[in-house]
Design a protein around this ligand. Structure first.
Ligand SMILES: O=P(O)(O)OC[C@H]1O[C@H](OP(=O)(O)OP(=O)(O)O)[C@H](O)[C@@H]1O
Ligand SMILES: O=c1cc[nH]c(=O)[nH]1
Length: 182
């Protein structure tokens, strides 16, 4: 992978998450019935940070939980990976709640589609919204985000790498060119 450019530093990530946190409270007219669901792995610390921001502004904590969506190799098509639910148990009640799914990158939309299945397997929420740090385009399904940290027009040969302190030891968003695509 060849490094191309830095898209966001620690401060830019923090500002984007603060804005998203405000937008969530504004759109939902408060924090009542909100549940944040981070998509593993990097959606989980992002959901946690959004919860901490909202708690700071509103003085009220909202539940945070996670779903585990993992890429599996398609048995019939060797080079094709399909996101599947690894563990669909959600450990907070979501029936009649306003669920906010959180992930780092939105690309084809397949991970989010699997996450929607995982959430609805646990009960019928009042609504499901989506927050992502980066929307890089190239959707293959009719899925869009309600809250976006940064829209980044990309080519398919590029790769967006989000790094978060809790997982990677640093906070940064960088863009790379995939091996052999130059
Ligand atoms: O819209 P999609 O095409 O589904 O792509 C987006 C997903 O891809 C990335 O996960 P990845 O599979 O790279 O795993 P990671 O988060 O563990 O690195 C990212 O974290 C999103 O979950
Ligand atoms: O560029 C991409 C595409 C999917 N997932 C990522 O994390 N980056």
């Amino acid at each position: 992978m060849e490094f191309k450019a830095s898209l966001m530093d620690e401060k830019a990530i923090e500002r984007a998450l603060i804005r998203i946190s405000h937008e969530i409270v504004e759109k939902n007219k408060g924090v009542k019935d909100l549940v944040l669901v981070g998509i593993k792995r990097r959606g989980v610390p992002l959901a946690q940070r959004i919860m901490e921001n909202i708690e700071k502004f509103e003085g009220e904590a909202i539940p945070v939980t996670s779903v585990d969506i993992t890429l599996y190799r398609d048995d019939l098509q060797e080079d094709y990976e399909v996101p599947q639910i690894k563990d669909s148990r959600i450990d907070v009640p979501i029936r009649n709640k306003k669920v906010i799914l959180v992930d780092d990158v939105l690309y084809t939309g397949r991970t989010v589609r699997a996450a929607l299945d995982a959430v609805t397997a646990n009960g019928r929420p009042q609504s499901i919204q989506l927050a992502v740090l980066i929307d890089r385009g190239h959707r293959e399904l009719p899925i869009r985000a309600d809250y976006v940290g940064k829209n980044v027009p990309t080519s398919r040969e590029e790769l967006i790498k989000v790094q978060l302190m809790e997982v990677d030891g640093r906070n940064a968003v960088d863009i790379y060119l995939r091996e052999g695509e130059r």
